[in-house]
Design a protein around this ligand. Structure first.
Ligand SMILES: Cc1cc2nc3c(=O)[nH]c(=O)nc-3n(C[C@H](O)[C@H](O)[C@H](O)COP(=O)(O)OP(=O)(O)OC[C@H]3O[C@@H](n4cnc5c(N)ncnc54)[C@H](O)[C@@H]3O)c2cc1C
Length: 370
């Protein structure tokens, strides 16, 4: 597992302090595959519980690209429990007053952000992906004792010699394939998303739904606007501005204010069929996209990865190394149905948004309360 490009994020080991959690000895050894949001959050939770953690990441360096994530109040609570609440609040901005519009700008409905805020007592937040990755890395570094081995793709998960193996290696997870076979795999939905951050701050925020095309805009940080555009898979970067040229202001302006060299293209995929379990062999667990990759329509992919990481590491901390099989069963019971329901909801929303009868869809939207 050691390699020439390996990076040490190691300062101390044995005693974990500073966050109200401590252990006189290491609780067990864990290998986490993947240094994305799910993997880094899991590593933090395990370190807090006193585990010795190695993170294997196939990329040569931290992957800091990306635009902004919506962080739902439940995921904010998970970040609080992982000790990252202050870092979140220092960089995130609240998301409020967003509407769903037609391409001509007519308002169809409100996104339920105020309802979420009333219920949870705190707003939905938006945070740039690089800031979240940086905050996770900083928290790991603060604890010390975690080795992040960059440029180390895991190829044979069954050969790993560790008490616990966590597959946080994304939608093409090799841990999932090794323990669950290839029956469940990534399935494209025939739509791609282009995402970017414009160098200007605009209102109004929210989503604009056309026929087979959608455009979303959110705040992200002062002076910038986070946007995402979904279009048929064959659309090239050059065609995206034309596709939205006659949509309401500020959509063409937002696209004009973003350097196409910085646009990111995502092929939208989800994991199908859903897995029968997130855990295997009493020592293996999947988190995040590896377990339940979903389409981005509900903006919950990173949120569910954070909830998985918090739930898994809480269960493992309560069970200790000897109670690992029971802890993994508890994690599976807490997270599998819930995460798979969100994935199903996201896919259903995609179908609703993409209907060939947009007039009927828009009428239904107008009838929504509030
Ligand atoms: C357009 C779009 C918008 C989105 N918007 C939102 C949003 O608003 N809110 C939200 O919550 N989510 C959003 N998401 C989803 C979000 O990006 C992901 O679901 C989330 O980041 C999952 O994190 P993860 O750690 O499970 O996986 P990943 O981020 O995929 O990380 C997996 C890591 O594992 C590494 N890896 C892979 N294979 C190996 C291997 N064999 N060995 C070692 N390392 C390996 C990868 O390099 C990567 O670093 C959006 C997605 C899209 C496409």
């Amino acid at each position: 597992m050691s390699g020439e490009t390996e990076t040490e994020s190691e300062r101390a080991s044995g005693t974990v302090d500073g966050a109200g959690t401590s252990s006189g000895r290491e609780a067990g050894t864990a290998v986490v595959a993947g240094a994305g949001i799910g993997g880094l959050a899991t590593a933090i939770g395990l370190r807090r519980a006193g585990w010795t953690v190695t993170v294997l990441e196939r990329r040569a360096a931290p992957e800091r690209y990306g635009t902004a994530f919506g962080i739902h109040p439940t995921a904010q609570s998970a970040l609080d429990l992982l000790g990252l609440g202050d870092a979140l609040r220092a960089r995130a901005v609240p998301y409020r007053h967003a509407r769903i519009r037609r391409p001509d700008g007519t308002v169809l409905a409100a996104l339920p952000l105020e309802r979420i805020e009333r219920r949870a007592g705190r707003p939905e937040l938006l945070m740039a992906r690089p800031h979240l990755i940086d905050a996770l890395l900083a928290e790991l570094d603060r604890f010390g004792g975690t080795r992040i081995a960059y440029g180390q793709p895991l190829t044979d998960p069954r050969a790993l010699d560790a008490d616990l193996v966590v597959g946080a290696d994304g939608i093409n997870s090799v841990v999932r394939t090794a323990y669950f076979g290839s029956r469940s795999g990534p399935r494209p939905i025939g739509t791609v998303a282009w995402i970017g951050i414009a160098g200007c701050e605009t209102g109004p925020y929210g989503e604009t739904w056309g026929e087979g095309r959608f455009f979303g805009m959110t705040p992200v940080e002062p002076g910038r606007t986070n946007w995402y555009a979904t279009v048929p898979a064959a659309t090239t970067a050059r065609e995206v501005r034309d596709v939205f040229a006659d949509w309401h202001d500020p959509i063409p302006r937002v696209l004009a204010e973003t350097d196409p060299a910085t646009w990111i293209r995502y092929e939208m995929r989800h994991l199908h069929p859903a897995l029968p379990r997130f855990v295997a062999d009493g020592r293996v667990a999947l988190v995040g996209d590896a377990a339940h990759a979903m389409t981005p329509h509900l903006g919950q992919g990173a949120c569910t990865a954070l909830l998985d990481a918090e739930a898994l590491t809480r269960a493992v901390a309560a069970g200790g190394p000897d109670g690992l099989p029971r802890a993994l069963r508890a994690y599976d019971a807490e997270r599998r149905r819930s995460a798979q329901r969100v994935a199903f909801g996201s896919r259903s929303l995609h179908r609703f948004m993409s209907t060939r009868r947009p007039a009927l869809r828009d009428t239904l939207l107008r009838m929504l309360p509030g």
